[in-house]
Design a protein around this ligand. Structure first.
Ligand SMILES: Nc1ncnc2c1ncn2[C@@H]1O[C@H](COP(=O)(O)OP(=O)(O)OP(=O)(O)O)[C@@H](O)[C@H]1O
Ligand SMILES: [Mg+2]
Length: 624
């Protein structure tokens, strides 16, 4: 090695193949090292700081969360996030600022905090920070310059700047951080941000920190920290509006506990409220949604202490706690789709929420825990709480966004929760199945109506139960009332059910029984009663999906979405299927009331069982 260094001719082979955009300062240092044998630093600052810009935050919100994390950990009770959009439309610039009222940093701490790896909490697993990089990498992920201002008394502000351009062009081998600068006021650019409304949201919605600069020195807290990233070149959205909307949606959920405990968090001068995807917190936003009767999920079960080894096969264990909720499906199912989708975010795959030291690090579908993504899963929620000692088990990375749980950890949790999760999914399935039948309030289905009208044209009539005397009529009504009670839909009154049953010759019922054939026929008091089994694949794979298509299309009619043609097609198919079954029911009813019916009864019974089994076998084959 030393031979090579001493022989300039040989070192020619090791010419660096750097790209043209590579930092000049870094090139100079590297060449000096190669040619002159200079000492090699552990980190080549000029290049490394540029590479760190690509650490990979999912989006601007998760980068800003690093700063909010720091403010929270420092003990701030008010945090203001700003997306300051300025300049002409189409060519505007956005600055990002985060201001807190925490204790601030003394100058030497500020200096340490600016260095990569510099931290006051390094490897401390009980709080949010532990890696010593968040503030720097998150800022550089958004823009090339980070300015930090921190004060522990008014008008004594220390500031430091990290400027990627400047660092990259430095020609020294070892880049050192300068001393913090002492200032008696915040820079005017920052003062403007705090005193003028942002481009978004509407001015009336903004609660400014101060109305003018004189006011500002009073309003700004005695101690605090300001993170300022001017002229960001790498934001996930272009406008202040989308940036603020995304940050609001995410942070209201990510920091729900802190918000619930009173943290005042503003985004572009608008205070944000907690959003709880488990719908348990009664201080969360959903409680105020109009028309919401139930505001709280049902806690199905909780496992406060699930012991998980910190690494696979390790003897050292940490404790996770898990809670399983079922949303109030009975009272929410019929809410307008807009409320369900936008206000309650029900279809946003927010099934499993991972909370690390009280701060959400991930939310999503985790098939190992929640089961596969499916309409039956929409109504369940899992919340997994853990502390930093389980970071390895849950796969928490340096940027604290997302988890990548190890299989062994998921296996342990699943063992505890799986039966209850299945129960919730089953309950949802049953509810949804039952709800399909009650789609049309106290009305006959089209199929029931058509079947009845077509009776006049059928070759063989059904036996008539018409009463001839008043007394007979009373007795019949009495019997029909009793029958109505058993056929009552959940949204019908006794009288509604009686009226419906009295006027219809065809009735469809639903029943959920995994051990039962897919249909059943009964003929009582002159009524053809068809029962469809919602547990059979005939229902889950054909009837229910078809009725969903029909219902969806019906709904979209009102919105002016789908053209009427498509809607008619969906419900026509469903009606056709229902008539297939009603005609079967009619035929059986008719044959059973004719001569020789005793033989038929056994035959129909066998046919029903055999047909159901063979249909089940076939349908199950088509399932992936
Ligand atoms: N708003 C703030 N108020 C007070 N101190 C802060 C603030 N922001 C950062 N610091 C200090 O700066 C240090 C470095 O922050 P940084 O986010 O880079 O690392 P960390 O929070 O320690 O770890 P992590 O990389 O896990 O976030 C922190 O340890 C903290 O001492
Ligand atoms: Mg941090």
């Amino acid at each position: 090695m030393s031979d090579q260094q001493q022989n300039p001719d040989e070192s020619e082979e090791f010419v660096p193949q750097w790209g043209s955009a590579a930092p000049k300062g870094g090139r100079a240092v590297l060449n000096r090292i190669l040619r002159e044998g200079n000492k090699v630093p552990l980190f080549l600052g000029q290049t490394f700081v540029q590479s760190l810009r690509d650490v990979g935050y999912n989006n601007t919100t998760s980068a800003i969360c690093e700063h909010v994390d720091n403010s929270i950990q420092a003990g701030a009770t008010e945090i203001r996030v700003y997306f300051n959009q300025a300049g002409p439309k189409g060519a505007h610039e956005v600055d990002v600022a985060i201001l807190d009222n925490g204790p601030g940093m003394p100058p030497h701490v500020l200096q340490v905090a600016m260095s990569f790896g510099g931290s006051m909490y390094y490897e401390n697993r009980s709080g949010i920070g532990r890696f010593g990089v968040g503030m720097k990498t998150a800022a550089l992920a958004m823009g090339p310059v980070l300015e930090v201002y921190s004060w522990q008394e008014r008008n004594t502000i220390y500031s430091m700047t990290l400027d990627v351009e400047e660092i990259s062009s430095s020609r020294t081998n070892l880049i050192e951080l300068p001393e913090p600068r002492l200032m008696d006021a915040l820079p005017s650019q920052a003062a403007t941000i705090f005193t003028k409304p942002m481009a978004y949201p509407k001015e009336e919605a903004q609660d400014l920190l101060a109305f003018n600069e004189d006011d500002l020195s009073e309003r700004i807290s005695k101690s605090g920290t300001l993170i300022f990233i001017p002229n960001c070149d790498r934001l996930s959205y272009k406008t202040a509006r989308t940036l603020a909307e995304h940050a609001t949606r995410e942070m209201s959920r990510i920091y729900r506990r802190q918000l619930g405990d009173g943290l005042r968090l503003f985004i572009n001068n608008r205070r944000i409220e907690a959003f709880d995807p488990t719908f348990w917190m009664q201080t969360a936003r959903h409680v105020q949604i109009e028309g919401l009767q139930d505001t709280r999920s049902k806690l199905i079960n909780s496992w406060p202490e699930i012991h998980i080894p910190v690494e696979e096969n390790s003897k050292q264990v940490g404790t996770a706690s898990v809670r399983l909720y079922m949303l109030p499906i009975e009272s929410w199912y019929d809410l307008p789709r807009k409320t369900l989708a936008n206000d309650l975010q029900l279809f946003s795959d927010q099934l499993v929420s991972f909370m690390r030291n009280g701060r959400e690090v991930h939310i999503g579908v985790v098939p190992e825990l929640s089961g596969r993504r499916h309409a039956d899963a929409v109504w369940l929620r899992l919340q997994v709480d853990f502390a930093g000692d389980l970071d390895e088990a849950f796969g928490v990375a340096m940027n604290k966004q997302g988890v990548r749980p190890k299989k062994y950890a998921l296996d342990i949790i699943r063992e505890h929760i799986k039966d209850d999760v299945t129960r919730v999914r089953e309950k949802t399935k049953e509810f949804r199945a039952a709800h399909t039948r009650t789609g049309q309030k106290s009305h006959l289905t089209e199929a029931e109506q058509v079947a009845q009208e077509a009776d006049a044209l059928q070759a063989k009539p059904l036996p008539s139960y018409a009463a001839t005397t008043e007394e007979e009529q009373r007795a019949l009504d009495q019997n029909l009332r009793t029958l109505a009670l058993t056929l009552k839909r959940h949204d019908e009154s006794d009288d509604d059910a009686f009226e419906r049953i009295k006027k219809s010759r065809y009735l469809t019922m639903f029943k959920h029984d995994p051990y039962w054939p897919f249909y059943h026929v009964d003929f009582q008091l002159g009524k053809v009663i068809l029962t469809v089994n919602t547990a059979h694949p005939f229902f889950t794979q054909l009837y229910e999906p078809l009725s969903r298509v029909a219902v969806q299309e019906d709904e979209s009619d009102g919105d002016g979405g789908t053209p009427r043609g498509a809607s008619a097609e969906g419900s026509d198919l469903l009606t056709g299927l229902q008539m297939l079954l009603l005609s079967l029911a009619r035929t059986q009813s008719q044959m059973l009331s004719s001569e020789g019916s005793a033989e038929y009864r056994q035959l129909f019974e066998n046919l029903r069982k055999e047909w159901s089994d063979s249909l089940k076998t076939q349908l199950q084959m088509t399932r992936r």
